[in-house]
Design a protein around this ligand. Structure first.
Ligand code: G3I
Length: 324
């Protein structure tokens, strides 16, 4: 039958993924098998999940995702190695000096990347290193190591898995040109160290109307394509990595139609850019989206409603994928 990832014929092989939290939801599993050929573990591979105390690696949960991918023939967009958030306290409050922190980074990257070598098609090596004005975000990493932490992280990821595609991943790159320029600068920085970077991930946490926490409507297709090209022109691949399109809840038919058109042009923009290698939507059902818990009064951002019915957004996204 019809399906999101099978819809991509014209542009060759682009992945269509979802964020995955394994839970007892039969319908969710069926949807994943039918509609997607890739997933991103929503939390299971983050630092706090995989190294809760120093040198104590807890792989049981992440291993389930690797097994799930293998069983269902899915790619994994592995997420994420170096980030300021979801760090265990022993890292964030450790007060480590430069040399020690680089060692901690290497131990972590070595353990995780080695463990999932062959399972990870792509890795988000560094996540969210930029402020909205395109400067580097102050974080444990930047403040201790300086901007060199970026090329160091990529060099280490390559050292332990020379096949996975290595990504820099961030949000608001879709419409904030200053921040997009920052991402371009990061690509150049990493390359200037003679280190490999394969791609830039555009998270695409967007809104179809203005909300308290996001500008709306989401960018038009030309803007989206230009944003993708801004970093792709540096010779890297690009991808949408965490798409959701939120609105002020409750949703109405009219709002859902605007959202559907937004999903359509997001997909169409990726299809129009040769170096856009795929798209991941950040979840399946509105029932489990991260948004309402973090941004009160906002949500209904995904392709399936709380009862797993396909929303207009599903059909919009499919249209964008199929180019009609
Ligand atoms: O697992 C614990 C549970 O034991 C505890 O009882 C419960 C109480 O709060 O928390 C649970 O952890 C939660 C975790 O999700 C797993 O459900 C955390 O509180 C919660 O903060 C965490 O949220 C995740 C968030 O990242 C954290 O920053 C979301 O699920 C996840 O969708 C979200 O994803 C991020 C990407 O990684 C990076 N880009 C932005 C995106 C959205 O924020």
């Amino acid at each position: 039958g019809d399906s999101l990832y099978k819809g991509i014929t014209k542009a060759g092989r682009k992945f269509v993924g979802t964020a995955l939290t394994l839970r007892n939801e039969t319908t969710e599993g069926e949807i994943i098998k039918q509609e997607f050929n890739s997933f991103t573990p929503e939390n299971a591979m983050k630092w706090e999940s995989t190294e809760p105390s120093r040198g104590n690696f807890t792989f049981a949960d992440a291993d389930r995702y690797a097994a799930y991918a293998k069983k269902n023939h899915l790619q994994i967009h592995c997420h994420t190695l170096v980030w300021h958030s979801q760090l265990p306290k022993w890292v964030s409050d450790g007060g480590f000096d430069n040399k020690t922190l680089i060692g901690i980074m290497e131990d972590h990257i070595k353990a995780i990347v080695t463990r999932y070598k062959g399972s990870c098609t792509r890795w988000d090596v560094v996540n969210e290193a930029l402020n909205e004005n395109g400067t580097y975000r102050s974080s444990l990493w930047l403040d201790t190591i300086g901007e060199a932490y970026l090329p160091i992280a990529f060099r280490l990821a390559k050292k332990y898995d020379n096949k996975a595609k290595l990504f820099y991943n961030d949000y608001n790159l879709e419409y904030n040109a200053e921040k997009t320029a920052g991402a371009k600068r990061i690509v150049k920085l990493i390359k200037s160290y003679g280190v490999k970077i394969d791609g830039v991930g555009y998270q695409a946490h967007l809104a179809s109307e203005t909300t308290k926490t996001a500008p709306g409507p989401a960018p038009d297709q030309k803007t989206l394509e230009a944003a993708l090209r801004a970093t792709a022109d540096e010779g890297v691949d690009v991808a949408y990595t965490e798409i959701d399109v939120r609105l002020n809840t409750p949703a109405t038919a009219e709002k859902l139609a605007v959202q559907a058109a937004t999903y359509q042009r997001i997909a169409a923009s990726c299809l129009a850019v040769k170096k856009c290698i795929g798209m991941t939507v950040w979840g399946i059902s509105d029932k489990y989206s991260w948004i309402p818990g973090v941004f009160a009064g906002e949500g209904a951002a995904l392709l399936w409603d709380e009862d797993y019915n396909k929303k207009p957004a599903y059909y919009g996204f499919l249209k964008g994928i199929k180019g009609n």
